[in-house]
Write a protein that binds this ligand. Structure first.
Ligand code: NAD
Ligand code: UDX
Length: 480
């Protein structure tokens, strides 16, 4: 059997590497139109940072795992074609700012239709609006005689930073297909691939629309939990409750559960906002404005949390950060990834720059080029791949410097904002940090990683999300 995956990104690369590892008799080729990305997959420096990924790729690359730009050849030869291209938020036209942009998906589907000479199972790996399979089916079957295409929905649930662990041991694999004999046969074929390492009870089979919608629903529910706890964090600060204690208390209720209840500066990542906006748009298109508004609120609270954080920083520092150096520790949207898509750090940095702060940014996995690009890019442009974009990043910003050492970022700073929960930020020598900073020295912990009381003993003024406020912060003007 031959598998081809279109899209060598955060999902296509790791997912196919694990399939290749677990199914040595299957040949897996990952193809992409972005030559630099494919070159990186074929080199010692993979294009994405993901713990454990190097090891998996090294074990099977060149044996039964290949990366190629020869998209048409490998699609033509494959029995199963996964499509794992990006499905960003539309930036223009009908549904701009909400609907999923299926340009990349549609062009992949047209190409599959054009080059296929044998029957194929086409698998939606990308996250797509519910009912996309119907449209894809039309593209695939239009004008093609004698070739059978069976469409399956097989959404991916991995989280970045833990992708390999998630793929090795998934909570579930979801496969949706047509309720016809051919559809069921296609489901069985894909199920047999996963059955190499996933037990039968964890492979869920549904109809196409349930599988497509379940992916959007799962992300909406997960993001909703974070917005719920973040909304509580604002109330905690106003009342003297401690959000960690509240999270722990409610998380012990087995109906609520302890996971995904960490208050933060806001959720980021390529999926949550995009997929909820997509869900909102689908609800609106289906005449369900109340349902749309319900989910929209999850995004609004997330935006509120980021704004609230910036306001807290500015108001604590005498209502202005103009000309003050602020160290930004962490730029990735979570630890153990170099991914910055929709990271809350972008909005926080832009907010502080709007108040004329001077930022010194350090993240162990994010390059200066990436940070510069992120801070100069318009909302939603990030997921339209760089190679398809007309403009290159601008480096006009004298207010921003990017450094490769936390202590250098912090030196002479008035304040520190911790925006990613990298483990190394817990282990900094905060006595040394304090001595190198302007006084009063502030720490704004957007991830609740530092021991605030220890830092207060050293002399810092500390703000931790959703925790009782220092008297200094209480005396400053209330934040919106
Ligand atoms: P990505 O941007 O990292 O990768 C997509 C790749 O597809 C890019 O390298 C791009 O060059 C390539 N591509 C686009 N059009 C192409 C075409 N016509 N032919 C060949 N290659 C093409 O995106 P990603 O993060 O891997 O996400 C892919 C999909 O998976 C999205 O729909 C996303 O919502 C979904 N998803 C992502 C995650 C995640 O954690 N990143 C998790 C679950 C699901
Ligand atoms: C998410 C889903 O978890 C995954 O199932 C889906 O396939 C893709 O989208 P990902 O975005 O990679 O995965 O990471 P995730 O761990 O979900 O974190 C998303 C954001 O929420 C991060 O910014 C993270 O810091 C934040 N978060 C997470 C919180 O603020 N608090 C939490 O308790 C958990």
């Amino acid at each position: 059997m031959k598998i081809c995956c279109i899209g060598a990104g955060y999902v296509g690369g790791p997912t196919m590497a694990v399939i290749a590892l677990k199914c040595p008799e299957i040949e897996v080729v990952v193809v992409d139109i972005a030559a630099p990305r494919i070159n990186a997959w074929n080199s010692d420096h993979l294009p994405i940072y993901e713990p454990g990924l190097d090891d998996v790729v090294k074990q099977c690359r060149g044996k039964n795992l290949f990366f190629s730009t020869d998209v048409e050849k490998h699609v033509a030869e494959a029995d199963i074609v996964f499509v794992s291209v990006n499905t960003p938020t539309k930036t223009q036209g009908l549904g701009a700012g909400k609907a999923a942009d299926l340009t990349y998906w549609e062009s992949a589907a047209r190409m599959i239709a054009d080059v296929s000479k044998s029957d194929k199972i086409v698998v939606e790996k990308s996250t797509v609006p519910v009912k996309t399979a119907e449209a894809i089916e039309r593209i695939l079957t239009h004008n093609r005689k004698g070739i059978n295409f069976n469409i399956l929905s097989n959404p991916e649930f991995l989280a970045e930073g833990t992708a390999i662990v998630d793929l090795f041991n998934p909570d579930r694999v979801l496969i949706g297909g047509r309720e016809t004999p051919e559809g069921q046969k296609a489901i069985k074929t894909l199920k047999d691939v996963y059955a190499h390492w996933v037990s039968d009870d964890r492979i869920l089979c549904t109809n196409l629309w349930s599988a497509e919608l379940s992916k959007l629903a799962a992300n909406a529910f997960l993001a909703q939990r974070i917005s719920s706890v973040n909304a509580m964090s604002a109330l905690c600060e106003a009342t003297g409750a401690d959000v960690s204690q509240v999270s722990h208390s409610i998380g012990t209720d087995s109906r609520i559960g302890p996971k995904f209840l960490n208050a933060s500066v806001g959720f980021g990542g390529s999926c949550f906002q995009k997929d909820i906006l997509n869900l909102v748009y689908i609800c609106e298109c289906n005449g369900l404005p109340e349902v749309a508004n319900y989910w929209k609120q999850v995004i609004k609270v997330n935006d509120y949390q980021k704004t609230r954080f910036v306001n807290r920083v500015v108001s604590s520092m005498f209502n202005t950060v103009s000309g003050k150096k602020i160290a930004i520790l962490g730029f990735a949207f979570k630890k153990d990834t170099g991914d910055t898509r929709e990271t809350p750090a972008i909005d926080v940095c832009k907010g502080l720059l709007g108040d004329k702060a001077k930022l010194s940014i350090y993240d162990p996995q994010v390059t200066e080029e990436q940070i510069t690009r992120d801070l100069s890019m318009k909302k939603f442009d990030w997921d339209h791949p760089a190679h398809l974009q007309p403009s290159s990043p601008t480096t006009n910003n004298k207010q921003v410097s990017v450094v490769w050492d936390a202590y250098e970022a912090i030196k002479d700073a008035h304040g520190i904002c911790i925006l990613t929960e990298w483990d190394e930020f817990k282990k900094l020598d905060y006595q040394k940090v304090y001595e190198s900073m302007q006084k009063p020295a502030f720490v704004f912990d957007g991830r609740n990683v530092v021991d605030a009381n220890k830092l207060r003993e050293i002399g810092f003024i500390v703000y931790s999300i959703g925790k009782p406020l220092d008297s200094w912060l209480k005396d400053m003007p209330a934040v919106a």
